[in-house]
Design a protein. Structure first.
Length: 259
């Protein structure tokens, strides 16, 4: 099946990650990189791979960027594989996809993730499964909070092998990104009725419990405590991200009551 797939990677200042991502895509005849005018060496690194075509588009939303990648880059394969630059395909996943023979009615595949911190795979990762492999003509993206959500009406199946999520960008970049993401998430939580939110988002809307619950969940339920300092680092990252969101939701609540 590999010959029927075009991997698509979105980038913006991903010099620390893009080379490791593309190194695992050398099996593909065509790889599309849509770059948001990176100011580092992302594009230079990507150009070292002969199977990569690079497009640049000013970023306005994840929804528009992904839909541009699907419809405006002359992809001529039936299937696409939608990847972030910090996704690393495992050899097991590539082999599983090579041996896969999808039936005609199938729209795509869910793939689960192994989260890594500083290159160490964690037990305690909570990155959710995602549909990364799908028929190009059946998928479209819509905005969902700070990120995008793929909409496919056809049935989906789960592959058994995993992708490694391993972001090597500096912590300062993570803080900036999280603040931007959580502002968008706080708008979504503040403007959505509780009935339209998931259970986790309803907890987040309560402000206080979510940061502490996610910290304990990652450490003890997901067993990140067994991963040493890398596990503690990840647990604190998730705590800080949820704390940012709680503060932003609380800021909106207090502001609305003082108007």
């Amino acid at each position: 099946m590999l010959a029927r797939i075009t991997p698509v990677v979105l980038t913006r200042n991903e010099e620390a990650n893009i080379g490791r991502c593309l190194k695992k895509l050398t099996w593909a005849g065509d790889v599309v990189v849509v770059d948001s005018f990176s100011s580092d060496n992302t594009v230079k690194v990507a150009r070292d791979y002969e199977n990569v075509r690079i497009f640049q588009r000013r970023f306005d939303s994840h929804e528009n960027q992904w839909n541009f990648a699907l419809t405006k880059t002359d992809i001529d394969t039936e299937w696409v594989m939608a990847l972030d630059a910090d996704y690393i395909l495992t050899d097991e996943l590539v082999e599983e996809i090579r041996l896969t023979a999808p039936n005609d009615g199938l729209g795509g595949y869910w793939v689960d993730f192994a989260y890594a911190t500083f290159g160490k795979k964690l037990r305690g990762g909570i990155y959710p499964p995602n549909v990364v492999l799908f028929k190009k003509d059946e998928g479209r993206y819509i905005q969902d909070g700070h990120t995008q959500r793929l909409v496919i009406d056809s049935p989906l199946e789960l592959l058994t092998s995993k992708i490694i999520h391993d972001d090597r960008k500096p912590l300062s970049h993570w803080f900036k990104s999280q603040l931007r993401y959580q502002r968008i998430e706080s708008e979504k939580l503040s403007n959505s009725p509780a009935k339209d939110l998931s259970f986790a988002d309803r907890l987040r809307k309560l402000v206080i419990p979510a940061p502490f619950l996610i910290f304990l969940y990652v450490l003890f339920v997901r067993r990140a405590i067994l991963d040493g300092w890398a596990g503690w680092f990840y647990a604190f990252q998730r705590f800080v991200a949820e704390l940012m969101l709680s503060l932003l939701v609380l800021e909106r609540l207090i502001s609305s009551r003082s108007d």
